[in-house]
Design a protein around this ligand. Structure first.
Ligand code: RFL
Ligand code: PHB
Length: 389
């Protein structure tokens, strides 16, 4: 089999890239390790930057998002019973879109299927070859049958546990990593959200986040111990703990109900450099991970896709290699800024086991500075809605 761009991974990065290339007449094949149902079963991101919304529009996949998504002009930040709002519209001139990653992925799958886009599911044993040449190829297995696909380029969109990053030799690759000594316990429940905007809460008992998917579907998170498992937490215990971590005024109006999903995610910051090796280009979680505080994971994946898509267009439409040669450097500049913001916002809101009394005072001073200083609010808002591509 032959194509122009071989895409490893059928998550949001791989599907978005594939659909954008299709719009420009560039062919691709997506190789996905799991089934479509499995990919759509993962409950993940919920907040989209305008950059990603724009890419979905360019890909011709934004109609349902515009019909069903919610525009948010600000977010609330609380500490104890204190609460203040960061106004995105005022300070950054842009809103964010609340629309689940599951729905983004579903829309992209539908668009790929509608035009007969090639996606191979259940692929195993993916091995990427010859990315330093002009003719890379990928070997893989489907239901025991060995297959090979040849292309001009390989896009590694296979997430943190994929093979693409590992294809870059260790003497070329440099990895930067930070672990956080806690996780997020998240639940999805068919209840109306406690507030029409998100609430990021710092409390003595640890972080909490009130988010949503729509008017009848809420997503809540609480900071938990890394040794906890979701089964340790009954729904009742979760709601009780959440109520203790958000301002009383909010806790009193929280509508609780049975969870329909409950999971724990560890928090980590991770970046690999470079993000390309010959004709292999890494996008999204394959190259970097952020802690979810600040909602930058999917959005940073989208900005990588934006740079790679434009670089490939420039190659096929104008014969220019400047974009593909500059991809890694350009993508990393923005990646590190998203890493900084996610690390800063995480540090501001969580309880760390080794925090001293002094450290706690610093957190509160920083929160009060943010609450009272317009320049700090502007910096926060600009980062949250997304730095320019
Ligand atoms: P994905 O989504 O992991 O998709 C990679 C795909 O590659 C497949 N794969 C392979 N395929 C073929 N061969 C192999 N060897 C393969 N190995 C893996 C996998 O099956 C999978 O389908 O990566 P991608 O596309 O780069 O997308 C990244 C996003 O999923 C991720 O950054 C976000 O979900 C992070 N994130 C959030 N991001 C935001 O922008 N806003 C948010 O509000 C937000 N909230 C979150 C989040 C992530 C969370 N968790 C669970 C990590 C909340 C949570 C709780
Ligand atoms: C979510 O709705 O899942 C969500 C929202 C904001 C975040 C992280 C996750 O910062």
């Amino acid at each position: 089999m032959k194509t122009q761009v071989i895409i490893i991974g059928g998550g949001p990065s791989g599907l978005l890239l594939s659909q954008l290339l299709h719009v420009r007449g560039i062919s691709s094949v997506v190789l996905e390790r799991k089934t479509k149902e499995y990919v759509l079963g993962r409950i993940r991101a919920g907040v989209l930057e305008q950059g990603l919304v724009g890419l979905m529009e360019e890909a011709g996949c934004a109609d349902r998002m515009h019909a069903e998504g919610f525009t948010h002009d600000g977010t609330l930040v609380s500490y104890g019973d204190e609460m203040f709002r960061i106004d995105f519209a005022k300070h950054a001139g842009k809103p964010v879109m609340v629309y689940g990653q599951t729905e983004v992925t579903r829309d992209l799958y539908e668009a790929r299927e509608a035009v007969g886009g090639a996606i191979e599911f259940n692929v195993e044993d993916v091995v990427i070859h010859d990315t330093k040449s002009d003719a890379p190829y990928v070997d893989y297995t489907v239901r025991g049958e060995k297959r090979r696909i040849e292309g001009d380029f390989v896009a590694g969109c296979d997430g943190f546990h994929g093979v693409s990053r590992q294809t870059i030799p260790l003497d070329v690759r440099r990895e930067y990593e930070k672990f956080y000594p806690f996780g997020w316990l998240g639940i999805l429940s068919e209840t109306p959200p406690v507030n029409h905007e998100l609430i990021y809460a710092n409390s003595e008992r640890g972080f909490a986040l009130c988010s949503m998917r729509n008017a009848q579907l809420s997503r809540y998170y609480i900071q938990c111990s890394l040794s906890d498992s979701p089964e340790d937490w009954t729904d009742e215990a979760f709601w009780q703990e959440l109520k203790r971590r958000i301002p009383k005024e909010q806790a009193d109006k929280l509508v609780t109900g049975p969870s329909i999903e409950k999971s724990i995610a560890p928090l980590r910051s991770f970046v690999t450099e470079p993000m390309s090796y010959g004709r292999l280009f890494l996008c999204g979680d394959a190259a970097h991970i952020v802690p979810p505080t600040g909602a930058k994971g999917l959005n940073t994946a989208a900005s990588d896709v934006n740079y790679l898509y434009n670089a490939l267009r420039d190659f096929y439409e104008n014969g220019s290699k400047d974009g593909i040669n500059g991809y890694s450097e350009k993508a990393l500049l923005r990646v590190w800024k998203a890493e900084r913001f996610s690390w800063w916002f995480s540090s501001l809101l969580h309880r760390y086991p080794d925090q001293s009394e002094f450290d706690l005072k610093m957190q509160i001073a920083e929160l009060e500075f943010l609450r009272s200083n317009e320049a700090a609010q502007k910096a926060m808002a600009e980062n949250y809605v997304g730095l320019p591509y």
